[in-house]
Design a protein around this ligand. Structure first.
Ligand SMILES: [Mn+2]
Length: 355
């Protein structure tokens, strides 16, 4: 109930009667629901989970402490359910998520409840999600363990002559076989010159001897995703590949070394730039991000970073050098921030691996 209690304190502090949540990551964080078609309305001393008939039974099992509402039993849309809850609970000031509530939904809510004041709110639940609790830490540790195991497994599979699509499909199969409910995001598995594309997509390109292969992937586990990148070489690495790889490896370590509770999300970028200085024109400035129910969440690491990193933030550190028409290297770990530093959740080797 800790998550609810903290939300309800925010309601009281702001003198809002209730908060209406539509963003899946927020709804499922607060309710522990694991599926879609999910909305939550949090009052100051009661809370409602709104879904449709497809998910009603599941919601009853998962959303402890919530009154489960099937909007199909009340009217023709979610709006009717919100209206009914507001009416029967005397809700006159209703917060809504300004970044994710559609204009259409906002408009319909306003038209159907002219006596309710709709108050735009920003990042209320996101701010609660900024520091991970024990339950989330355990989930992200397991997601990261699956990720490490899957990396180890895919290394035995990659051979010259295979296509990127073939290897990506195998990796996704392995991730699920190792216990994930799915992939955390679309797998990046690119090779050769294509590795200069920070977020290139796998296709029917054949992996050749001497290619870099960049693998950026995550395991979806209990609603959370891990995130790890490794760049390997198929065959034997050449001098330039070794040089760039070692710079990125050092940059990533220096980035990790700067992170502990209390530093700003800008700090790692300053240090990493010193390491990549000879290749700074090929450096991508987004070098890490919080990870959890969303793949990319606060804090965002980089030169515009303005958040203080706190103990039990779970974030990625992922500097890279991307040289057009040559290739690129990125190394990424998911870490948990501690009082004095951080610990890696993804533990795969960062020595240059040649398969
Ligand atoms: Mn990432």
């Amino acid at each position: 109930m800790e998550r609810l209690n903290r939300t309800q304190k925010i309601l009281k502090d702001n003198k809002w009667d209730a908060l209406f949540l539509v963003k899946r990551a927020n709804v499922n964080y607060i309710s522990r629901f694991s599926d879609e078609s999910a909305y939550a309305l949090i009052g100051t001393d009661n809370q409602f989970f709104i879904t449709d008939g497809r998910f009603f039974e599941l919601a009853q099992e998962e959303c402890k402490g919530f009154q489960i509402v099937n909007w199909q039993k009340i009217g023709t849309s979610i709006v009717d359910a919100v209206k009914e809850i507001c009416k029967s609970n005397g809700i006159k000031k209703l917060g809504f998520e300004r970044a994710t509530t559609s204009y259409d939904l906002y408009d319909k809510l306003q038209n159907s409840m002219p006596d309710v004041e709709l108050i735009p709110t920003n990042n209320v639940i996101e701010d609660l999600r900024y520091v991970k609790d024990e339950e989330e830490i355990e989930i992200l540790k397991e997601a990261s363990r699956i990720t490490d195991k899957s990396f180890e497994d895919i290394l035995n599979f990659i051979k010259p002559g295979m296509t990127e699509n073939e290897v990506a499909a195998k990796l996704e199969y392995i991730i699920k076989s190792n216990g994930a409910s799915g992939v955390g995001f679309e797998t990046i598995l690119i090779s050769g010159k294509k590795t200069s594309l920070p977020h290139g997509k796998p296709n029917d390109k054949v992996i050749e001897k001497g290619d870099f292969v960049t693998l950026d992937f995550g395991a979806l586990y209990k609603g959370y995703t891990s995130d790890m990148t490794r760049t390997i070489v198929v065959g034997t690495a050449n001098e330039k590949q070794i040089e760039i790889y070692n710079i990125v490896k050092k940059a990533q370590q220096v980035g990790l070394d700067t992170i502990k509770a209390g530093v700003t999300s800008k700090a790692p970028d300053d240090k990493i730039r010193e390491i990549v200085k000879d290749y700074v024109e090929y450096y991508y400035p987004g070098i890490g991000h919080g990870v959890g129910r969303e793949l990319h969440e606060q804090p965002f690491l980089g030169k515009n970073g303005d958040r203080i990193i706190e103990k039990n933030c779970i974030i990625t550190v992922e500097p890279g050098i991307y040289i057009p028409n040559w290739g690129g290297v990125r190394i990424e770990d998911t870490i948990i921030v501690t009082e004095t530093g951080n610990e890696r959740l993804t533990k795969s080797s960062k020595d240059l691996i040649c398969v």
